[in-house]
Structure formats: C-alpha cells, structure tokens
Design a protein around this ligand. Sequence first.
Ligand SMILES: Cc1cc2nc3c(=O)[nH]c(=O)nc-3n(C[C@H](O)[C@H](O)[C@H](O)COP(=O)(O)OP(=O)(O)OC[C@H]3O[C@@H](n4cnc5c(N)ncnc54)[C@H](O)[C@@H]3O)c2cc1C
Length: 469
Amino acid sequence: MSNNLPKYEKDIKICNFCTLLFAEVSCKMSEITILVWFRNDLRIHDNEILLEAIRKADKVLPVYCFDPFYFTKTTTGEPKTGNFRARFLLESVADLRKNLRAHGAELIIRTGHPAEILPLLAEEYHVNEVYHHREVAHEETDISEQVEAALWKIKLNLKHFIGHTLYHKEDLPFPIKDIPDSFATFKKKIERDSNVRPCIDTPGEISTPVITDAGELPTLQQLGLDEPVDDPRATIRFIGGETEALKQLQQYFINIDKADQQKVVKQGPASIASKLSPWVALGCISLRHIYWEVMKHEGNVNNNNPLILELLWRDYFRFMFKKHGQKFIAQSNDEEQPELAANQDELFEKWKNGDTGIPLVDAIMHELNATGYINNYSRQIVAVYLVANLKADWMKGAKYFEEKLIDYSPASNWGNWAFIAGINSDPRDSRYFNLVKQPTEAEMKGDFIDTWLPELKNVDEKYLHITSL
Ligand SMILES: Cc1cc2nc3c(=O)[nH]c(=O)nc-3n(C[C@H](O)[C@H](O)[C@H](O)COP(=O)(O)OP(=O)(O)OC[C@H]3O[C@@H](n4cnc5c(N)ncnc54)[C@H](O)[C@@H]3O)c2cc1C
C-alpha cells in the first residue's frame, strides 16, 4: 500500500488537521478507476462500455493500442492492413481523441501488444477493472484471451460487453446454438420476434486520472506503410472517425431524398449504397444509431428498408461466427471438395492485378487496388469470377480483400466469401448468383470500364459486357 502513496501527493492539500489529510488520502485511494479498451468501437455515442465505466467509476482511463499484429506481413509478403485502411484507422483514433478531449477526457495511445500494454497501464493508474466489446472472429478473440490472461495475473477482470450488432444477443428469439443457418429464416424470425434497443445516452463530462504521457499517434511510416495516393477517380475520400461517420449518414439521407424526388426508384424505398461500411467496421458509428435515424427518416416504418436489410446481413454473419466459430468458413467433410485449376496461382495473380482480360472484372480490380473500396455488387462479381470461372482457392481472394479493403471486417469478409464459395450455405440464400445474372447496374455500363480501364475507351460497349464472363 505504501508504494502507492506518492501518486496521491499532489492531491493532498496542506492541512493543519491530520485527520482531514488522512481522510482525503484514503478517499483518493478508494477511488474506482476503469480502463476502457477501445478496439472497433471508436465512438462516444451509443457506447455502452464508456457509459457504464462513467457510471461505475470515479475515473475512466480510455486506451487505444496499435497492435503490431495487424501491421505484420502475410505469408504472401503483403501487409495485413493496407495503407488506405491504416490511414482511415489513424484518422479515426485521432477523432476519438479529439471528441474525448471535448468531454474533458484524454485518450492514451500506445503501439504494442495489448496483452503487454494494458496490464502495465492498469498498474500505473491503479485500475480496478478493464472493459471492452467482445469480438467474434478468431484473431480478435485470441487477442482478448491473451489480455484476459495477462490481467488475471495481476488479479484484474476483463469485462466483456456486446455492442457490435444491430440486435443485441440477449434479445434474439433463439439461443446462439439454435440460430437458423438460413439467412431467410434468421431474418423472418428476428423481424417478427425481436426489437432493436434504443441507443445508450451520450456521456457528458468524463473524468480521467492525471495522465503524464498520453502518447502520440504513430505515423504510417512507423507502421511500416507508405502514404496512400488518392486517385481522383475515387467516388469518395473516406475520412476516418465518428465526426465524419455521422455526416456520412446525413449525406445518405440527402442522397435518398434526391433519388426519391427524381423518381429514380419507382417502387419501394430507394436503394442507394450508404458507403458507411468503413465507419461501421471500426465502430465509428453505431448500428442502433443508424437504425433509429432511418426510422426517424422513414416516419417510424421499417418498410423493408434496404439499409436495415444490409445491416441484418452483417448481424447474420457475426452471429454465424458466434455459433459455429471457424467451422462456419470450413468445408464440411460431406461437402464435395471444389475442383481447383492446376494453374490457379498464375490465374490468381492476373485476377488481383486486374489482368484477366475480362473488362468488367479488370476494371473492378483496378478500382479496388487504386482506392481500397468497391461496392457490394462489384465484390460479388469479382469473387464469383475468381471462384467459379478461374477455379482458384476462395481463401486467397478473401485474404487479398483483407489487405485491400478499407472496410475490412472479419465476419463480413470471410462470411461473404465463404457464402460465394458455397461453403455451408443454404442454396435458398444464394442471392449472389442471381444478381450477377442481371447486368443492369450503372457500374456495368461502359463508362465504368472507361474510367478504370481507359485503354478500352474506344472499344464498342457490346464487347465490354458481363456476358463475356
Ligand atoms: C466478397 C465480399 C467481401 C466483403 N467484405 C466485406 C468486408 O470486409 N467488410 C464489410 O463491411 N462488408 C463486406 N462485404 C459486404 C458489402 O459488400 C459491403 O458492406 C458494402 O459494399 C459496403 O458498402 P455500403 O456501406 O455502401 O453498404 P450498404 O449497402 O449501404 O449497407 C449498409 C451496411 O450494411 C453492411 N453490409 C452491407 N452488405 C453486407 C453484406 N453482404 N455482408 C455484411 N454486411 C453488409 C455494411 O456494414 C454496410 O455499411 C463484402 C461483400 C462481399 C461480396
């Protein structure tokens, strides 16, 4: 106990009465401090771990760790996190720090393994408990298990919260082990028997301990990456952080209203991609916030809103990982092994460089490589092409997307790829193959190909069609 005394010295006011002095010291020493470990929940609004820590503790210690694990090279020598996503992450953490400061708090930033850093900080700041949001994919859960074990050694508890899905796990109309494997059944039951919870209050003032070394954001170079070059052809420059995420949601409503006015959509709600995924992946915006804003916009009617439907797909993949773990993306023994092309390595190289000779596929891959983002439709086209036409291993495609995508999210990426590869999926859910048969989207017209493959500008549009796949 005596070791701790110097830390409180500056709080002890010179006082003539020893009793008062000791009362103040012991009061400080019984203060509760909770460390809030930010991971993929880089926001202040609707953030249960932050609000709960504020409610339970006298002091809250917000921490973000840049874990070197995510900046290693993969087995193919490529960076695990590409530079567009890394820049977006840096911007998001900077914005979180700015927003926490506006609430009177400070964000501690460190570069290193959370299992080493968090126990050190916990000891330095006399932390009583550590809070985080539970993840589902194995790399993320491995990290939290290591943190849990390291904290346990210093007799501290890592408390897990659920906060990454639209529907809360506790509100599902079935236990995790009985979640329907068919998306259609999952959707039907959840919409009938479950409700989305209201958002959690945004905190007011947040009290952090006196922090001597808050730490600086690393640079891209320090993370082993080059500065990305912004391509003027990109449809959007994604800027990380909660502030931009909330703006993007409002922009989405403006776009929807414009589309409705122009009668672009004749039946049902307008279907326009929100381009929210990078912010959703890092938790810069909460799904419940999106849901309730959509409800407000739609006059409180969930008329099969396309944005909410897509968020349900996201929930579905996360819950499937929760239910099956890695088995969700593993070929089961009774499934027929896919036949792979003998020269699949060579074909894969062509695919990833946008050099297959199929204009649409190549244009999409050029867009991905130049910007880190392609829309859902484009992802389906190139994934189906890799798996069904080139007969290459789908896992290579998924790993490539992991490196390149600015919105990479393990359950969504690996779940969608496994789905397209036909792993463990219900054929009734195979919307991908149907979609690919309908070459009606704007992206499939010649001007998209002109943009990303300008060398084909003068080639007649009929030769650029999807049917040439
Ligand atoms: C092969 C493949 C890989 C993918 N990898 C990822 C990934 O790593 N990260 C990722 O966020 N999405 C992934 N998706 C899903 C989807 O393509 C993107 O979420 C979507 O294109 C993002 O654009 P948006 O925000 O405009 O989506 P919107 O259509 O506006 O949808 C709103 C939100 O719903 C979620 N969403 C939409 N479609 C899906 C879907 N099929 N599965 C899961 N969530 C969905 C996203 O969070 C998205 O921001 C992948 C899809 C495919 C086919």
